[in-house]
Design a protein around this ligand. Structure first.
Ligand code: SAH
Ligand code: F3S
Length: 482
């Protein structure tokens, strides 16, 4: 379970890619936070490869250091500030090195960054990466450079992302940017702007290219994938103003999912994240109909209390959420469901917390990501409420939901004992170099002895043992999908 509970926004990853010949400058690019940031860093590296930059894993060697940042919780921002201190130490030895902040913190703090953090030369928001060549010119001329303009149109659909530090097996493909949901605790609508969808043709082309290069699994990515809607470009909220023709021929998420699945029968397809309020039965039927779409849905709920859900501006009640979970199980047998949960949202009482625990008991999630509420400046919740649940209570409630999740994880993994599951081998197991690690369709990690198999193979694995988050087995042969 451990790895699932860890707050991913606190883990940085420096990325590297094949050198482009002729490039002489060195870029160190590091990402924090959600998968979207990792995907964006690939776009940034692609733009900078055309500006003469190759990536390096060694901070000390870099001409340019970029950090793609996360604002989702205060701790995530503190982690980035610590990294900036580290860059500062390196900059003292290597004064020619330039430092840029990308992503959500750049958008949230804007010019303030240049005043507060003296070492920062460049501040670039999530919709301004195409302006990097100009911004770099400014920086090279010794001027500070800032572009935090949010866009109505930008989807980077025309940029073919360089695949950074990947295993050549799993790839992220972003399909929407921004979010219109305005959950009251969340900073994303402010840092990533309004929701817009990417042209399905550019998505299909990118996936075709990935398939040709040997990738085996893709994840369609967005803050809220189920609300994907392509009608020729523009913001989701302007759909009503589109022409009749555009409206009649619009592509929904279910349409897109089916198009991708049918165009790429040999790829495994996942998607994330689903907001319960936007999930339609069409999507569920599309998942059920296509064998290559994994039976797995990440379905954040945040709380099991209808009163808190309302204060969070989540557009559903506890009962509606549970009804959706029932429909998922009816339409997609053996569907894995995972959660995001927040404890200690302002005004959360013991009774609300018990409601969260009882909802978890009912759903028995496969795994989940659980957080203490962190007040974000400027959000509706910060304006309306005091952060009135004490740290001590938040901690205790978090411990309780983590323990519940561990129990439910174990319940789920135990159901697989004696069964045979299809696994896509992704990497060597962290704990044992003689074992492979991959995932089954429900996104549970499976480890097994390597034998003659290799990373990227689809293998049938008989499950012999398990922990609360991992299945342990033995390969019995290749899958027919291999
Ligand atoms: N729709 C997004 C959600 C992004 S934030 C997605 O693609 O996953 C990821 C999770 O962080 C949220 O689901 C929520 O559980 C948590 N989160 C967001 N804002 C938070 C805050 N202010 N405090 C604590 N957790 C938060
Ligand atoms: Fe944030 Fe809610 Fe959107 S959690 S990203 S505002 S769906």
């Amino acid at each position: 379970m451990e790895e699932k509970i860890i707050d991913e926004s606190l883990q940085g990853t420096a990325l590297s890619l094949k050198n482009k010949s002729g490039n002489s400058k060195k870029l160190f690019i590091e990402s924090y936070g959600c998968q979207m940031n990792f995907s964006d860093s690939e776009i940034v590296a692609s733009i900078l490869a055309d500006q003469g930059y190759n990536t390096t894993q060694r901070l000390e060697d870099a001409d340019l250091v970029l950090v793609n940042t996360c604002s989702i919780r205060d701790k995530a921002e503190q982690t980035v500030r610590k990294r900036l201190e580290k860059y500062n130490a390196v900059k003292r030895i290597n004064p020619g090195m330039k430092v840029g902040v990308l992503g959500c913190m750049a958008e949230r703090l804007k010019e303030k960054f240049l005043d507060e953090e003296k070492i920062v030369d460049m501040v670039v928001g999530p919709d301004a990466y195409k302006d990097l060549p100009n911004l770099l010119k400014e920086v090279e001329a010794g001027r500070d450079a800032v572009n935090v303009v949010l866009s109505k149109e930008e989807t980077y659909g025309d940029i073919s992302p360089v695949r950074l530090g990947t295993n050549g097996i799993n790839a992220l493909v972003s399909i929407t940017r921004g979010c219109d949901n305005m959950c009251t605790f969340c900073v994303v609508p402010f840092t990533r702007g309004r929701e817009r969808s990417r042209d399905p043709q550019s998505i299909l082309k990118e996936i075709q290219d990935l398939a040709e290069r040997g990738f085996r699994e893709i994840t369609l990515l967005g803050q809220n994938v189920d609300s994907y809607l392509w009608y020729g470009g523009g913001l989701k909220k302007d759909f009503g103003k589109a022409s009749e023709m555009e409206q009649a021929t619009a592509t929904s998420f279910a349409n897109l999912l089916a198009m991708v699945a049918e165009a790429q029968p040999r790829l495994r397809i996942r998607f994330s994240t689903s907001n319960p309020q936007d999930m339609t039965e069409d999507v569920l039927h599309t998942v059920a109909k296509h064998d290559n779409i994994c039976n797995y849905i990440h379905l954040p709920v945040q709380s099991g209390s209808t009163r808190i859900l309302k204060e969070m501006n989540r557009q559903h009640t506890r009962e509606e959420y549970l009804a959706l979970v029932d429909r998922i199980h009816e339409i997609i047998p053996n569907c894995g469901i995972s959660q995001d949960m927040i404890v200690g949202f302002p005004t959360e009482t013991e009774e609300d917390h018990q409601n969260t625990l009882s909802l978890m008991e009912q759903v028995k999630y496969y795994f989940g990501y659980m957080y203490k509420y962190s007040e974000r400046p400027g959000t509706m919740a910060a304006r309306k409420f005091e952060d009135d649940v004490s740290e001590e209570i938040k901690k205790r409630r978090l411990t309780e939901i983590v323990a519940a999740q561990r129990k439910h994880g174990a319940y789920r993994t135990n159901q697989f004992l004696g069964k045979t599951v299809e696994v896509l081998i992704e990497r060597e197991s962290k704990k044992n170099e003689n074992e492979w690690s991959g995932r089954n369709p429900q996104s549970l990690v499976v480890v097994f002895p390597k034998e003659h198999y290799k990373a990227g193979d689809f293998v049938m694995v008989k499950i012999k043992d398990c922990t609360s988050a991992t299945l342990i087995g033995e390969a019995i042969g290749f899958s027919e999908n291999n």
